[in-house]
Design a protein around this ligand. Structure first.
Ligand code: ADP
Ligand code: ASP
Ligand code: MG
Length: 515
């Protein structure tokens, strides 16, 4: 697919042929004053050759603390709330004092920060009074981190001689009202972005925009979900028809596996949208699961780069990727998953078990990561994120109450100690030998799989393993496909690998994947 060129309406801001780039900096990239100064250096260097729109996350750990404060407020723990907010104030004040030299700028930013902390204080006090944390208030409290960090980054840029303006994305990103997991209305967002951002770019300034945040058309603040600043960057990139979106983070790019789990993981130089989407959806934290959605249609390339080693090229994510001769591109894992089983011999007579179960997960907005069903329909398994497992089981028990009463459905069981491991690669499609090799590798280290999912046309397959075996499973498969090797890792295109297969393991259930 080639990059579609879409005219930027009223694109008179562009200085000659300068490309437009969206740069997003994650929490660790703005984690303290010295990091913010590195970010300012990167932006200043890039601003000499591109028009830039910058998106920033909250300083590392801040959103977690804000969410904690909100929950403490709901529980009526006023003292603990005050302590959390006080620590956050100190952290931001220290960053301000260290980053900014000009006393005028310092007092201006300090004043704005104070207003935000007072707002946080009022929201927490209201929550304590009512002993209720509504999704709307939770979003308002958790958004404060980004609203604070843009002030620091924009001020640091001005100190570096770059004209910059802090902007709240609630002015730009128009979303539905799904608090905590809002999705954008792209047409409305595009209009707002053009109206608000093009004049800023036209006068040669860099807009520094809060990630993670949007607002409904009526102006009620929403958030896009945890880790959502990546999604903010691609939403803005698509709205402005940018030439490139760059996600600056704390690793060298998209790696063959999470480096915290597989030490041999190495950086992938180029990968396709499809592969990156699967990796993001199935747990690669470096990208929010929805990051690719906005740029797909327009073919805007995405790059992941390391803020702390900006000289490294990072990973390029393009519509088609570049085949590297390897069958498998990368592995990923969802560590906190729960397997819910609706089963029992009597279930065969129960109408539409899967449909009714999925209607429940849809209502709860629980992402079903994997579904499998035995051919005799004796057992239907759903894998959902652990955080929603208990609620899902309660609702399933309610839905199937009558069937349970007549003992048609013998059990609705939950195993909360499972993980999903996913193997991704463009060439996996239609290559059954790859799956066999992966299972052989698992068999050699005595790991049993609980369920599998592999669609005929997919570039990935997933399987469920006990959580305690997740890391060993990743290591075994990473080694099997030679993913840690510096170049051309794997040349075995099909068949059952180079070593003899110690265990022949067929999936006990026929399965369909969830996406
Ligand atoms: P940021 O704060 O910049 O948004 P995140 O913590 O959200 O950064 O994402 C970066 C982290 O993602 C890395 O530090 C790494 O541990 C983790 N990660 C998980 N899977 C992968 C992968 N396949 N490639 C790179 N990083 C990964
Ligand atoms: N600050 C938000 C979070 O921690 C968004 C992000 O970092 O992408 O979830
Ligand atoms: Mg992130």
């Amino acid at each position: 697919m080639s990059r579609k060129s879409i005219a930027r309406p009223d694109a008179g801001y562009s200085q000659g042929e300068r490309p437009l780039r969206v740069f997003k900096f994650g929490g660790t990239s703005v984690g303290d004053a010295s990091c913010i100064l590195k970010v300012a250096d990167i932006i200043r260097a890039a601003a000499s050759e591109s028009d830039l729109v910058v998106v920033v996350s909250a300083m590392a750990g801040v959103t977690n603390q804000l969410v904690d404060a909100a929950v403490l407020a709901e529980n009526g723990n006023e003292k603990a709330v005050t302590d959390v907010l006080k620590l956050l104030r100190q952290q931001h004040d220290l960053a301000l004092q260290t980053t900014i030299q000009s006393s005028d700028e310092k007092s201006r930013i300090a004043c704005k920060m104070n207003e935000l902390f007072e707002e946080g204080d009022r929201l927490c006090k209201g929550t304590t009074l009512l002993r209720e944390l509504t999704p709307r208030v939770r979003d308002s409290i958790s958004s404060l981190g980004e609203r604070l960090s843009v002030l620091l980054v924009a001020a640091a840029l001005r100190e570096h001689g770059v004209t910059a303006e802090a902007i709240e994305a609630s002015e730009l990103v128009v979303t539905d009202s799904s608090h905590g997991a809002a999705d954008p209305w792209l047409d409305l967002t595009r209009g707002r972005c053009h109206d608000r951002l093009l004049p800023v770019l036209k006068r040669g300034a860099v807009p520094v925009i809060t990630g993670f945040i949007g607002a409904t058309a009526e102006g009620v603040l929403t958030t896009l979900g945890r880790g959502g600043s990546d999604y903010s960057a691609t939403i803005l990139g698509a709205a402005l028809d940018a030439d490139e979106v760059v996600i600056w983070t704390d690793v060298d790019g998209l790696l063959t596996a999470d480096p915290r789990l597989v030490h041999e993981a190495r950086t992938i130089s180029e990968v396709s949208y499809r592969e990156a989407m699967e990796l993001a959806y199935f747990g690669a934290k470096v990208l929010h699961p929805k990051t690719l959605r906005p740029v797909l249609q327009r073919g805007i390339p995405l790059r992941i780069r390391n803020t702390f080693f900006p000289e490294n090229p990072g990973t390029k994510i393009t519509p088609e990727g570049t085949p590297n001769g390897s069958t498998v591109t990368a592995l990923t894992a969802v560590s906190d998953a729960a397997l819910i089983t609706v089963g029992g011999p009597g279930i065969a007579g129960v109408p539409d078990v899967l449909g009714r179960a999925l209607a429940i997960t849809r209502e709860l907005r629980a992402d079903v990561l994997l579904v499998s069903q035995s051919s005799s329909q004796n057992e239907t398994c759903l894998v959902v994120p652990s955080s929603l497992a208990r609620q899902t089981v309660e609702e399933l028990r309610r839905e199937f109450a009558q069937d349970l009463a007549y003992e048609k459905v013998e059990h609705i069981a939950i195993d909360a100690t499972v993980s999903i491991v996913t193997v991704v690669g463009q060439k996996i499609r239609g290559m059954s030998g790859v799956v066999g090799r992966a299972f052989c590798a698992l068999g050699r280290v005595n790991i049993d799989t609980i369920a599998t999912a592999h669609g005929a046309s997919e570039c990935k397959f997933s399987f469920v393993v006990p959580k305690k075996d997740m890391q060993a499973a990743l290591a075994a498969i990473h080694a099997e496909f030679g993913l840690g090797a510096p170049t051309s890792p794997d040349v075995t295109e099909a068949g059952f690998g180079r070593r003899p297969c110690a265990v022949s393991q067929a999936s006990p259930i026929c399965s369909v994947s969830a996406d």
